[in-house]
Design a protein. Structure first.
Length: 116
């Protein structure tokens, strides 16, 4: 059974940092693309960042470029999202996604709240 479990969310002041983790199990992690998405209240889920399976090439939404960093540890089957210089508009539920081989899987999400 595939499981993606996010952790590391919480309440942080604007300008602060958080690191999210997503521990994966039950899938061939090293051969999957891994990504982070987020959904703010009343808004649609949006792409945040993605990391390619083997090369480690990364892609970011313009809104987080230069502030967020996605990384992966294939040995630990974990993907991370380092979030720096957080803004009020970064408040959302953050979801981990794994996709490859025609399948995709989502975690249950972790809440990030940025306060002024």
């Amino acid at each position: 059974q595939v499981q993606l479990k996010e952790s590391g969310g919480g309440l942080v002041q604007a300008g602060g940092s958080l690191r999210l983790s997503c521990a994966a199990s039950g899938l061939p992690f090293s051969s999957y693309y891994m990504g982070w998405f987020r959904q703010a209240p009343g808004k649609e889920r949006e792409f945040v960042a993605r990391i390619i399976r083997s090369s480690g090439t990364t892609y970011y939404a313009d809104s987080v470029k230069g502030r967020f960093t996605i990384s992966r540890d294939n040995a630990k089957t974990t993907v991370y999202l380092q979030m720096n210089s957080l803004k009020l508009e970064d408040t959302a539920v953050y979801y981990c996604k794994g996709y490859g081989n025609g399948a995709e899987y989502w975690g249950q999400g972790t809440q990030v709240t940025v306060s002024s």
